[in-house]
Design a protein. Structure first.
Length: 202
């Protein structure tokens, strides 16, 4: 065993690459994952609910869009495939996750429209039309709140954020915190398999 988590910057876990297959909106995806990243062996159930229940960007949607905590890149690849005219920023603290996201973006033909970056490497003046995230709940509540306070204000004035959070991991309390303490407009857009899909706007 190692001390690695999916939010470890430079995982030392053996990579052991593997294929992950899933379908979204009638399109099949086969992406490469590896050990030491979030949900290495499959599409995370929360991510699956998010991609199934949230409103995917229209084909003519403009960017830039943000996948916050990209992991090996399933959300990034779906966004880039759904909106071929948009630029998608894939942000993750995990070096291996970033490398996998870049490779998978190339695999779906979107390498020229995906920008993979560590959090501190995203231009400070960039505002996002959409923010998508299966946020890293297990980093702890204080760290999660700090993460959302950092990135949600990066939404464009008419932007929308889509978040998925397991109910038993605090999905409803996070909803209340966003509304009551942070002043966001939050709609519980969908619930499925114990997950809440939250639509967040200004």
């Amino acid at each position: 065993m190692t001390g690695d988590h999916y939010f470890t910057a430079e995982p030392t876990t053996a990579a052991q690459p593997r294929e992950v297959e899933f379908s979204v909106a009638g399109r099949d995806y086969t992406l490469t994952s590896a050990g030491g990243v979030f949900s290495a062996a499959r599409l995370d159930p929360g991510t699956a609910v998010l991609l199934r229940k949230a409103e995917l960007p229209a084909a003519d949607a403009a960017g830039p869009m943000l996948d916050l905590g990209s992991g090996f890149g399933p959300i990034t690849c779906v966004l880039a495939s759904s909106a071929p005219g948009a630029t998608v920023w894939a942000v993750d603290v995990n070096e291996r996750a970033r490398a996998l996201t870049a490779a998978n973006a190339a695999r779906v033909g979107a390498a020229d429209r995906v920008r993979v970056a560590a959090p501190d490497d995203v231009p400070a003046d960039l505002a996002f039309t959409q923010l998508w995230s299966n946020p890293p709940i297990r980093i702890g509540k204080a760290e999660l709140h700090e993460l959302l306070r950092r990135w949600l204000p990066r939404l464009a004035p008419d932007g929308v954020a889509w978040l998925v959070v397991a109910r038993h991991l605090g999905g409803d309390s996070l909803h209340r915190w966003l509304v009551e303490e942070q002043g966001w407009q939050v709609e519980r857009h969908a619930s499925q398999k114990g997950y809440r899909v939250l639509r967040v706007t200004r």
